[in-house]
Design a protein around this ligand. Structure first.
Ligand code: 13P
Length: 340
């Protein structure tokens, strides 16, 4: 497969489909599995992810799946490589390539995401293993006096360097600058989130241009403009309007698609917000989901780590994927949730 970056990016945001973020690091997946009383082992991580990759919704609603390195190399219980389950459903393979956020020297409370050293070599190997897109997440926290310009620029610069390396290796970069909704203390207003998200995206696109990244071959993965987790909750229309206002002011129309993270929103909120934005179209780019928790949470609970619950877990996953597929074209409605 020697698809162009543009072909791959367009497939990632094809109409009515979105991305499953199943790339939780070993530490994050451990927390998720422990929340249902399951010990995190290579086998339990495999069983959980295999359950989703074999679900019917993969074919209809999931354009791509972001994997953690371990999963890319794992086989299903019957010996089939997990990556074959994904491509067999007509979905693209993605890979998380950052190595995580670490404290940024001289900037207390802020982080820089690492993973650039040796990245060209890793990208070449991932491409050989079938990956066609990648993900790198920069993290920006809102707090008293934060973020700082130093942290915003450092993270935008790293994202741009990553994106250039991916494109050179024939891989579409998902560029993810996440402004957290659950920073400390996490009680910031939606206005503050809007201001910071705009600043972060403006800085990011300046850095991408300076690094000569081809904007027609990236997917942007932003947060929505939303109030802090411990603040009063803005209504769906307000979140949708403010998010679109920021994106229209900062994201060039040459970018083929925007796929949101869910970032701690409830499953239904994440779906309602996406659907409201698409219903406000026409928009210059495709707008879809790249959800982790908001796609997986009900499936994780229904599965509960028991083989006899695989079908129930898949039903829960199919439902969330279908709801978000409808949201990606702006036709989701709350009544449809009852038909689960
Ligand atoms: P959430 O949707 O759970 O925020 O995860 C998406 C993701 O990939 C974060 O990097």
């Amino acid at each position: 497969m020697s698809d162009s970056l543009q072909d791959i990016a367009n497939r990632m945001v094809s109409t009515g489909k979105g991305i499953l973020a199943a790339d939780e690091s070993t530490g994050s997946i451990k927390k998720r599995l422990e929340s249902i009383g399951v010990e995190s082992t290579p086998e339990s991580r495999r069983d959980y992810r295999e359950m989703m990759f074999r679900a019917d919704a993969m074919k209809d609603y999931i354009s791509g799946v972001i994997l953690f390195d371990e999963t890319l190399r794992q086989n299903a219980a019957d010996g089939t490589p997990l990556r074959d389950l994904i491509t067999g459903a007509g979905s693209l393979i993605g890979i998380k390539v950052d190595t995580g956020a670490v404290p940024l020297q001289n900037f207390p409370g802020e982080t820089i995401t690492e993973g650039l050293d040796g990245l060209p070599k890793r990208i070449a190997e991932y491409h050989d293993l079938g990956a066609r897109f990648a993900k790198w997440r920069g993290v920006i926290a809102i707090s008293n006096g934060l973020p700082t310009w130093g942290a915003v620029r450092s993270n935008a610069h790293a994202l741009a360097r990553y994106a250039a390396i991916c494109q050179e290796g024939g891989i579409v970069p998902i560029v993810e600058p996440e402004v957290l909704m659950d920073g400390v203390p996490g009680d910031h207003s939606i206005e503050r989130c809007q201001e910071v998200t705009r600043w972060v995206l403006e800085t990011l696109f300046t850095e991408l241009k300076e690094a000569r990244v081809d904007l027609t071959g990236i997917i942007l993965k932003p947060n929505m403009v939303i109030d802090g987790k411990h603040a009063r909750k803005a209504g769906v229309a307000q979140v949708a309007e403010r998010t679109l206002a920021v994106l229209k002011a900062t994201v060039p129309s040459t970018v083929p698609g925007i796929a949101f993270l869910s970032g701690g929103q409830t499953t239904e909120e994440a779906t309602a917000h996406l659907s409201a934005m698409n219903a406000m179209g026409p928009l210059p780019w495709k707008l879809t989901f790249s959800y982790g928790r908001a796609l997986q949470a009900p499936a994780l609970k229904a599965w509960g780590g028991k083989s006899e619950n695989v079908a129930a877990g898949q039903r829960a996953f199919n439902h969330r994927a279908r709801m978000n597929g409808l949201a990606a074209v702006g036709t989701w409605a709350a009544e449809l949730e009852k038909a689960a």
